[in-house]
Design a protein around this ligand. Structure first.
Ligand SMILES: [Fe+2]
Length: 271
């Protein structure tokens, strides 16, 4: 097994992993240790990596099998399991708190990002600990959330979704609003505000208003790690117990390119 060190980056979540070159094969024991570190720290940072698309895909596979991303117009033509996060191809930075691809029956357990071109200022990615967010809610609200489910589909506000993607990935999928982490065993709040069509038993407007209010109350600086990108960083985000957002506070004349891979996980369950 590769020897690596884990250094906390924030009191609530986030750790830097050093001593691992992601460009080289990762053995099974190291994979297991990294999976445990991810479940514990929820965001792992590997600095100074220099990866080809093939090496990057192989490294991401240490966390799970790569899944195809549903806005296929942004996927790399030769490596369609890598999505390009890049404002110059018409994407706007995802500035609202969310977790990825909740319209899938088995949403990605992790989102992996690799910094390719980084603006000189701004453009960070923030990650919030939704395990801590859940624990801080009043008991009555925790109980209520445990009985609720969201109905998920592709984002309603996107106008450039390809018809074939809508066909493949648009069918409504139900998820619990609190899910139990399959490795860590703890519960976390789980939803994607713009992929939620509605909460079962509530109308769409009331659902959106409630989720927005809930986010406002849950997300506090104490539970947020903000990753300031350097070229060569790899950030692995545990989607089972976090939400994340991009910061669009950079000069749009500068380039910001992240390569994104999502890896498949379990169907969210509340135990
Ligand atoms: Fe995202």
């Amino acid at each position: 097994m590769a020897e690596f060190t884990v250094t906390r980056l924030h009191p609530s979540l986030g750790a830097e992993i050093s001593g691992i070159d992601l460009g080289r094969p990762i053995d099974r024991a190291t994979e297991t240790a990294l999976a445990a570190a991810l479940a514990e720290h929820l965001a792992l940072v590997f600095r100074d990596q220099s990866l080809t698309p093939q090496q990057y895909l192989a490294a991401a596979t240490a966390f799970g099998p790569p899944m195809r991303q549903h806005y296929s117009q942004h996927n790399m033509p030769d490596f369609p399991d890598i999505g390009l996060v890049w404002h110059r191809n018409g994407q706007r930075p995802a500035e609202r708190w969310h977790t990825d691809h909740t319209n899938r029956e088995r949403p990605p357990l992790a989102t992996v990002l690799h910094g390719i071109e980084i603006p000189s200022e701004g453009g960070a990615t923030s990650v919030a600990n939704m395990r801590a967010a859940y624990a801080a809610l009043p008991e009555a609200e925790r109980r209520q959330l445990r009985s609720r489910r969201t109905v998920n589909s592709l984002d309603s506000g996107k106008t450039d979704t390809r018809p074939e993607d809508r066909e493949k990935y648009g069918a409504p999928i139900l998820h619990p609003m609190v899910r139990t982490h399959p490795v860590h065993g703890t519960d976390a709040v789980y939803f994607h505000i713009t992929k939620t069509l509605y909460i079962e038993g509530m109308d769409p407007e009331a659902s959106r208003a409630y989720l927005s209010d809930l986010l406002g109350r849950m997300i506090r600086p104490e539970i947020v790690y903000t990753h300031r990108w350097r070229k060569g960083d790899v950030l692995v985000i545990d989607n089972r117990a976090t939400m994340h957002r991009a910061h669009g506070d950079y000069d749009p004349r500068e380039s910001r390119i992240l390569w994104r891979i999502i890896v498949e996980g379990d169907r969210p369950m509340l135990m």
